[in-house]
Design a protein around this ligand. Structure first.
Ligand SMILES: Cc1cc2nc3c(=O)[nH]c(=O)nc-3n(C[C@H](O)[C@H](O)[C@H](O)COP(=O)(O)OP(=O)(O)OC[C@H]3O[C@@H](n4cnc5c(N)ncnc54)[C@H](O)[C@@H]3O)c2cc1C
Length: 435
């Protein structure tokens, strides 16, 4: 199957070099002297949901060519297929952060896309549950904040809680987010991949990026203009299994959407003083095999300020089956995807706080996903004063015109993907300032 959907790497690269291009139609703001000799206008490194959305967005520009480079044999096999598949409302990420703006815009774009392209999704709604006065205060603060960003939330009456989800325990109260939902992330990525293909975009699979270097012509860097003379980028690759050897692709613009590998790609191009260290926070999920208690709404405990994630919550898959998680465990190895049995007891304790009649014997270890983090112990959500909160980094790197870096694209990256794609296009072309 993989073989049939992926074009042969070397054939694709040969074809790519012969692609006719109408360079007069290419209008970017960062330079007037870009290379017309590069193999591609845009190279996107990383075929997760974000890379796919960006490649599809850029492939829509007339007179350009776009290639997506992915190290695995198919797209979307890393973090994009190891998450909760929740369409987040955008309420956890503080005032004016990229996460807030891109999540809200991405959510709207995603619901529209699912609706028009028949991608499976559900508007499940979500409850955030407080068990005591301190947690209730967090929900009150959260509610006030959601008003300020114009995202609806409302407190439910005790009667409503009891009628709608009789198995849920919420001693102090429930704040409901009516715009939260779920999406079939695999169907979404299949759609994006198919659309990229029909727009004439290319993808090369089984291909690991091992180096990125700026290609200059004419003048070199100066203090005023460190990007002076950069006309394109040379991307070195090797086939994943080593059998296909090494190759080089050149592109006028490079987008680093490599997820857990993004910092490694950053460090391939940027000078040593701008190198970063990657950190990883693993999340373990737990399956639930019993049919009772059966809930219809996503259930989240009240947020714990400073936590790397949102607390061990209950989400539903498209078939209505419940799963719990993810928790937060800091790890050194981004390939450490084996569920850790030692996590089960703590997760059960959290789950029992809001679902006391849960059948503990039916909870089992399921799968893991890993969050790409930019600093140790950082929080993906905005606590009381934003301490430790880490936003997405999405920028054209100073001194590297046409190189757009996406770092720390943890949750709500799935929800935000379509809006992130618009933003990258805006960074490169400056025409679509939507957020
Ligand atoms: C536990 C967990 C739960 C989450 N839940 C949600 C949620 O409910 N809702 C939500 O909105 N978001 C959620 N997220 C976040 C969301 O899953 C991610 O933000 C999103 O999937 C990131 O997509 P991506 O394309 O940036 O990264 P990835 O999916 O990781 O894709 C990056 C790709 O780059 C490739 N790559 C890396 N290095 C190289 C290289 N050198 N050469 C070639 N290819 C390379 C990788 O193979 C990979 O396929 C969750 C994340 C986690 C970890």
């Amino acid at each position: 199957m993989e073989q049939t959907i992926s074009k042969s790497r070397s054939v694709l690269l040969l074809l790519a070099r012969r692609l006719p291009r109408d360079s007069s139609a290419v209008r970017r703001t960062f330079s007037t002297s870009r290379s017309n000799d590069a193999d591609f206008t845009h190279a996107v490194i990383g075929g997760g949901v974000v890379g796919l959305a960006i490649a599809r967005q850029l492939a829509q520009r007339t007179g350009t060519s776009t290639i997506l480079i992915e190290r695995h044999g198919s797209v979307g096999t890393e973090t994009s297929s190891r998450n909760s598949e929740v369409i987040h409302a955008g309420i956890y990420y503080g005032p004016s952060s990229l996460k807030t703006r891109l999540c809200i815009r991405g959510k709207n774009l995603l619901y529209d896309l699912c609706e028009t392209k028949s991608i499976p999704y559900r508007r499940t709604k979500k409850w955030i549950i407080a068990q005591d006065e301190r947690q209730m205060q967090h929900l009150t603060d959260l509610h006030a904040f959601t008003k300020s960003i114009d995202v609806p939330t409302s407190f439910l009456s005790r009667r409503e809680i009891q009628d709608r989800e009789p198995d849920v325990r919420a001693d102090a109260g429930v704040l409901e987010s009516p715009t939260t939902g779920i999406v079939d992330s695999h169907a979404l990525m299949s759609y994006l991949e198919g659309d990229l293909d029909s727009l004439g975009g290319d993808q090369v699979l089984h291909t690991v990026v091992t180096g990125v270097e700026a290609v200059r012509s004419g003048g070199g860097p100066s203090a005023d203009d460190p990007g002076n003379g950069i006309t394109s980028y040379e991307i070195r690759t090797r086939s994943r299994d080593g059998a296909g050897g090494e190759d080089t692709i050149t592109a006028e613009c490079v987008v680093n959407a490599a997820g857990l590998g993004a910092i490694a790609v950053n460090n391939m191009l940027l000078p040593p003083e701008r190198h970063r260290t990657a950190y990883f926070a693993k999340g373990t999920y737990f399956s639930y095999s019993a049919s009772r208690p059966r809930v219809k709404t996503l259930l989240y405990p009240a947020p714990v300020p400073g936590l790397g994630g949102l607390g061990t919550h209950l989400t539903l898959d498209m078939g209505g089956r419940a799963r719990f998680g993810p928790d937060v465990e800091w790890v050194d190895d981004p390939t450490d995807l084996t569920p850790n049995p030692a996590r089960l007891a703590d997760a059960v304790k959290v789950i029992q706080t809001y679902l006391p009649s849960v059948d503990v014997g039916a909870i089992d270890l399921d799968y893991c996903g890993i969050r790409p983090k930019l600093s140790p112990g950082s929080s993906g959500t905005y606590g009381k004063d934003g301490k430790g909160f880490e936003d997405f980094i999405i920028c054209e790197e100073h001194g590297f015109p046409g190189f757009v870096n996406l770092l720390g694209i943890e949750s709500p990256g799935l929800t935000s993907a379509l809006a992130i794609a618009e933003r990258v296009e805006d960074i490169l072309y400056g025409e679509k300032a939507k957020v």
